[in-house]
Ligand binder design. Structure first.
Ligand code: NAD
Ligand code: UD1
Length: 336
């Protein structure tokens, strides 16, 4: 079976492609490399001891997609390609709608023309919005998105629901990721943010490595266990495995969505403390004002993924911080 993975050279994509190759699937990666390096896939091939097919191209390019479906007999598509910087999306909404919504639309049209109706789509916990109670459950309605990024994910979810309600051939799983962190245990592949890291974990790692002086903790007066925000961090390898499990469930038609998270909230301070204790490194930090748009706390109810897919996050917080640090130490400047 050959799987098309869009965005497969990126952070989540590289770990997912490795997991697919190790499970015996053939893989075609489509990536325009706007936020990734081909080196990630070279390493994935070495680690798996198998080759994959790579196409440098854009999901917005219908001709490129048609050529892929003509050349390979694709069984299913895992659609990860997209832009993901929340703040940037507020400044450049059209880029985000064009890439994330336009790219998805073009891809689904190309899939339909090629008779490929099995899809796993990367969604996000951000679709629940600010008003939802925690833990988030899949039967909650989507909330009001706080950024163009969030809105783009919600729009694609809606597009897929409408499509599946009228075209019976489709089998779609939408995965709502919580906060993926960590790296493959080998330290060979990991998250390689370009420029200033927006997210907590890569920032902690770069401070520990001496690349940045101090971590700013955004807000210490939230109504949480220690005043700092709480999130549901999950190991990127658990997330990668979630994709393969979800794909195996694409034999029923219709549409489903699943939370992929641990179900356990961890505060920013708890995360920093674990990173320091497990890795024996220093992470200087200071308290800073709240970051606009942050929610105090959210985490997943992961019961549905367990009951229906048999998936749950298996790796603990200590593995997440240890694997992040190993990746950071082995690749102080990211991929060459
Ligand atoms: P990433 O930036 O590392 O990977 C995205 C990949 O898509 C990159 O390799 C990039 O080059 C590629 N890409 C972007 N636009 C493209 C286009 N038009 N055509 C072809 N390739 C394109 O990000 P990631 O963290 O691996 O995220 C993967 C997916 O998961 C994204 O859709 C993201 O929105 C979603 N997601 C990520 C998180 C997270 O915390 N990382 C959380 C929720 C959802
Ligand atoms: C953000 C996005 C979310 C996206 C996710 C992964 C927002 C509002 N949400 O989630 O849509 O899916 O990234 O890409 O941006 N923190 C610090 N100091 C830092 C960095 C972060 O204290 O230098 C704190 C944040 O305030 C937050 C927590 O760490 O409380 C986690 O932040 P981050 O890793 O950016 O993830 P989210 O904000 O949960």
């Amino acid at each position: 079976m050959t799987i098309l993975v869009t965005g497969g050279a990126g952070y989540i994509g590289s770990h997912t492609v490795l997991t697919l190759l190790e499970a015996g699937y053939g893989v075609v990666v489509l990536d325009n490399l706007c936020n990734a390096s081909l080196e990630s896939l070279r390493r994935v091939e070495r680690m798996a001891g198998r080759e994959l097919a790579f196409v440098k191209g854009d999901v917005c390019d219908q001709a490129c997609l048609d050529a892929i479906f003509a050349e390979w007999e694709i069984t299913a598509v895992i659609h990860l390609a997209g832009l993901k910087a929340v703040e940037e999306s507020v400044q450049q909404p059209l880029d985000y709608y064009g890439n994330n919504v336009g790219g998805s639309l073009t891809l689904y049209q190309a899939m339909r023309s090629a008779g490929v109706h099995r899809l796993v789509f990367s969604s996000s916990a951000t679709v629940y919005g600010a008003e939802a109670p925690v833990p988030y459950r899949e039967d909650f309605p989507r909330g009001v998105p706080s950024s163009a990024y969030g809105a783009s994910k919600a729009m694609v979810e809606q597009m897929l629901e409408e499509l599946c309600s009228v075209e019976n051939a489709w089998s779609v799983v939408m995965l709502r990721y919580f906060n993926p962190i960590g790296a493959h245990a080998s330290g060979q592949i990991g998250e390689d943010p370009r420029g200033f890291p927006n997210n907590l974990m890569p920032y902690i790692a770069q401070v520990a490595a001496g690349r940045r002086e101090t971590l700013s903790i955004f807000g210490d007066d939230y109504p949480t266990v220690d005043g700092t925000c709480e999130r549901d961090y999950l190991h990127v390898m658990d997330l990668a495995e979630g994709h393969v499990v979800a794909m195996k469930h694409l034999d029923r038609t219709g549409i489903q969505c699943y939370n992929l998270g641990t179900g356990r909230p961890v505060s920013v301070l708890q995360m920093v403390s674990r990173f320091i204790a497990v890795n024996g490194v220093d992470v200087p930090y200071l308290m800073a004002p709240r970051r606009a748009g942050d929610l105090p706390a959210f985490w997943a109810d992961p019961t549905k993924a367990w009951n229906e897919l048999g998936w749950r996050a298996r790796r603990c917080l200590d593995s997440m911080v240890r694997d992040t640090w190993r990746w950071q130490q082995l690749n102080p400047d990211g991929y060459p």
